[in-house]
Design a protein around this ligand. Structure first.
Ligand SMILES: *[C@@H]1O[C@H](CO)[C@@H](O)[C@H](O)[C@H]1NC(C)=O
Ligand SMILES: *[C@@H]1O[C@H](CO)[C@@H](O)[C@H](O)[C@H]1NC(C)=O
Ligand SMILES: *[C@@H]1O[C@H](CO)[C@@H](O)[C@H](O)[C@H]1NC(C)=O
Ligand SMILES: *[C@@H]1O[C@H](CO)[C@@H](O)[C@H](O)[C@H]1NC(C)=O
Ligand SMILES: *[C@@H]1O[C@H](CO)[C@@H](O)[C@H](O)[C@H]1NC(C)=O
Ligand SMILES: *[C@@H]1O[C@H](CO)[C@@H](O)[C@H](O)[C@H]1NC(C)=O
Ligand SMILES: *[C@@H]1O[C@H](CO)[C@@H](O)[C@H](O)[C@H]1NC(C)=O
Length: 479
C-alpha cells in the first residue's frame, strides 16, 4: 500500500470513529439533560415520558388545602429542607393539595392572591398568625410581607424542579379545611360549598397558573368524592351518570387551559371504587358506558385513574395480604391487567398509617408496599408533615401519620422508612423493561421503543468504538 493511500484510509476511518463517538454522546446526554422529559402521556396502562421510558409515580402528599391555604410545615423548615427529605427517599413526585377557596378569594380580591401574612392572620388570629408568619419567614428568608400563597406554591414547584421531582396538583376540597367527611359540605357536586362553576374555574386557573412550572405533570379533578348528608342530593345525583357528566366537564376545563398535563379521575365512595370505569359497566342511573372519545383529543393519552386505599378498604381491616390484594384488584387495580375493559395507568394517591415504632412490622403496610411495585402501580403516601398550622380548630396540631416528626427535623419511624418504605421506593423506581409488560395490547410503549433502544444499545456502540479504535492503533503501529 502507498503512504497516501494509508493516510486517506486513516482519515476516513477517523471520520467514522468520530461520528460514532458523537452518536454515543448524544444518546447518552440528551435524555438526562431535558428532565422532566415532558409532557407525560399514557399508553394503555402505562405512563411514558417523551423519551418513551415508562414512568411510575412514587411520592408523598403535601397538603396546602387546610384553613391557611398555605402548604404545611414551613414554620419549622425551609422548603429546600423538606424537598431534600423527599428526595433522600428517592421519590419522584409530590401531590400538592389546594382548596378551590384560594382561587375564589383571588377573584373576590380583584384578581390578586392574598399574602401569606394575611392568610395566617385570617386563619389563626392576629397574634398567633403573625407569630407563625415570622417563623415561616425566618426559615424561608426569600418570603416577606408581599409574598402570596400562590408564590409559596411556585417556590415549592421550583425547588422540586431543581431536585428533579414532579408536581401533581390536587383539588382537595372547596372550602379550605381538613378533609373529608360526608358532613363537611364538600362531598359531591352541588353540596353546600361545592359550587360547580367555582370548581371549574379553580381547575382552569390552576392548570393555567401551573404552566410556568416545568415540572407540573398532572392534575386531579377532585379528591374523595363521597355521599353527602343531603338525601335528596344522594338519591338524584350521587351516581356514576352524574359523576361522568362532571368529570368530563372538569377534565375539559383542565385540558383546555393546559393540554400538557395528565388528568387523574377518582372514583366513588371516597375514591375506593372505580369498577364502573374499569369494567366498562353501565354508568348508572343511565346506560351509557365510559368512552375515551368523550374526552375529545385527549381521552387516549392523558387520563389516569387514582385510588385511595386506607386499611378499611371495602370492609373490615384484614391482615391477610392475599385478601387485601383481592380487594384492591376489585376496587380498581384490575385496570392494570388484561382483564380490564378499560386499561389505564393507576396511581394510589393516598394510603398511610400512624407512624410509630410498630409501623415497620405493620402487615397492611408491608402488603401494600410489596404489591404496588409488583403491579407497577404509582403511589403517594399520606403524609409528609408532622403537624398542621391549624386543623379542626387546633393550632399546631400533631399529625401522627406524618413521615416526619412534629417539627419536620427527622423521621417518626426510621425503621419504617429504612425497612419498608425505601425498599419499596427503589423497587417501584427500577426501570421497567418490556419483560415487565404483561398488558399485551393496549400499548406497551412500543411506539417509542426506538428511543429506549438507542439508550439500551449504547454499551454496544461503545464496544464497537473500542474495537475499531484498537484496530486503528494496531494498524498505525504496524505501519
Ligand atoms: C414518542 O415521543 C415523541 C417525542 O419524542 C412524542 O411526541 C410522542 O408523543 C411519543 N409517543 C408515545 C406514544 O409515547
Ligand atoms: C339538597 O339537595 C337538593 C338537590 O340538589 C337541593 O335542592 C337542596 O337545596 C339541598 N338541601 C340542602 C339542605 O342543602
Ligand atoms: C363499586 O360500586 C359498584 C356500583 O357502581 C358496586 O356494584 C360494587 O359492589 C362496588 N364495588 C365494591 C368492591 O365495593
Ligand atoms: C381475568 O380473566 C381471566 C380470563 O377471562 C379469568 O380466568 C380470571 O379469573 C380473571 N381474573 C380475575 C382476578 O378476575
Ligand atoms: C402505633 O400505631 C398503631 C397503628 O398502626 C397503633 O395501633 C398503636 O397503638 C401505635 N402505638 C403507639 C405506641 O403509639
Ligand atoms: C405480571 O406478571 C408477573 C409475573 O407473572 C406477576 O407477578 C404480576 O402480578 C403481573 N402483573 C400484572 C399487572 O398483571
Ligand atoms: C435505594 O437505592 C439507593 C440509590 O440507588 C441506594 O442508595 C439505597 O441504598 C437503596 N435503598 C434500599 C433500602 O435498598
Amino acid at each position: 500500500m502507498e503512504r497516501t493511500g494509508h493516510l486517506r484510509w486513516l482519515t476516513s476511518w477517523l471520520a467514522v470513529l468520530s461520528a460514532l463517538f458523537s452518536l454515543s454522546l448524544s444518546t447518552e446526554i440528551e435524555p438526562r439533560a431535558s428532565w422532566p422529559n415532558g409532557p407525560l402521556v399514557t399508553s394503555g396502562r402505562w405512563i411514558t415520558d417523551a423519551t418513551g421510558a415508562k414512568v411510575t409515580y412514587v411520592g408523598i402528599n403535601w397538603p396546602g388545602s387546610l384553613e391557611t391555604m398555605i402548604p404545611e410545615g414551613l414554620q419549622y423548615q425551609s422548603i429546600e429542607a423538606l424537598v431534600s427529605k423527599i428526595k433522600s427517599l428517592g421519590m419522584n413526585v409530590i401531590r400538592l393539595t389546594y382548596a378551590t377557596e384560594m382561587i375564589d378569594q383571588y377573584y373576590d380580591n380583584d384578581e390578586k392572591d392574598i399574602t401569606i401574612q394575611q392568610a395566617f392572620v385570617d386563619a389563626l388570629g392576629q397574634q398567633d398568625g403573625m407569630a407563625i408568619y415570622e417563623k415561616v419567614v425566618s426559615n424561608n428568608p426569600s418570603f416577606g410581607a408581599e409574598t402570596t400563597r400562590l408564590q409559596v406554591f411556585d417556590a415549592i414547584a421550583a425547588e422540586c424542579a431543581k431536585q428533579e421531582i414532579y408536581v401533581h396538583l390536587d383539588n382537595h376540597i372547596s372550602k379550605a379545611g381538613w378533609c373529608c367527611s360526608p358532613i363537611d359540605g364538600n362531598s359531591w357536586w352541588n353540596d353546600v360549598y361545592f359550587d360547580v362553576n367555582n370548581w371549574g374555574r379553580g381547575l382552569s386557573f390552576m392548570a393555567e397558573h401551573g404552566k410556568s412550572w416545568p415540572n407540573l405533570m398532572s392534575m386531579s379533578l377532585r379528591n374523595e368524592l363521597r355521599i353527602s348528608l343531603n338525601d335528596t342530593q344522594v338519591a338524584s345525583s350521587y351516581n356514576w351518570e352524574d359523576w361522568y357528566k362532571y368529570v368530563r366537564q372538569g377534565a375539559d376545563a383542565i385540558h383546555a387551559a393546559n393540554p400538557d398535563v395528565l388528568i387523574f379521575l377518582s372514583g366513588l365512595d371516597s375514591d375506593k371504587n372505580l369498577t364502573a370505569v374499569v369494567q366498562g359497566a353501565a354508568l348508572q342511573l343511565g346506560t351509557a358506558t365510559f368512552n375515551r372519545d368523550d374526552f375529545e383529543g385527549y381521552g387516549d393519552n392523558k387520563l389516569v385513574l387514582e385510588l385511595h386505599v386506607y386499611d378499611n378498604i371495602l370492609g373490615t381491616p384484614s391482615s391477610d395480604c392475599s385478601e387485601i390484594t383481592d380487594r384492591l384488584f376489585n376496587a380498581g387495580f384490575e385496570t392494570l391487567t388484561n382483564n380490564a375493559t378499560n386499561q389505564f395507568p393507576l396511581v394510589v394517591t393516598e394510603f398511610g398509617f400512624p407512624q410509630n415504632e410498630s409501623t415497620a412490622t405493620n402487615s397492611y403496610a408491608s402488603c401494600l408496599l410489596s404489591y404496588f411495585p409488583s403491579q407497577h402501580a404509582g403511589w403517594m403516601i399520606w403524609v409528609l408533615g408532622g403537624s398542621y398550622y391549624i386543623r379542626e380548630g387546633t393550632q399546631d396540631r400533631d399529625e401522627d401519620w406524618g413521615l416526619l416528626s412534629h417539627d419536620g427535623s427527622s423521621w417518626r419511624s426510621s425503621d419504617f422508612v429504612n425497612k419498608l418504605l425505601s425498599p419499596a421506593v427503589n423497587a417501584s423506581m427500577a426501570p421497567i423493561t418490556d419483560d415487565d409488560d404483561n398488558s399485551s395490547d393496549g400499548g406497551s410503549g412500543d411506539d417509542n421503543s426506538s428511543a429506549i433502544g438507542l439508550r439500551q444499545s449504547q454499551p454496544g456502540v461503545l464496544l464497537i468504538l473500542g474495537v475499531l479504535g484498537a484496530v486503528t492503533l494496531a494498524f498505525c503501529s504496524w505501519q
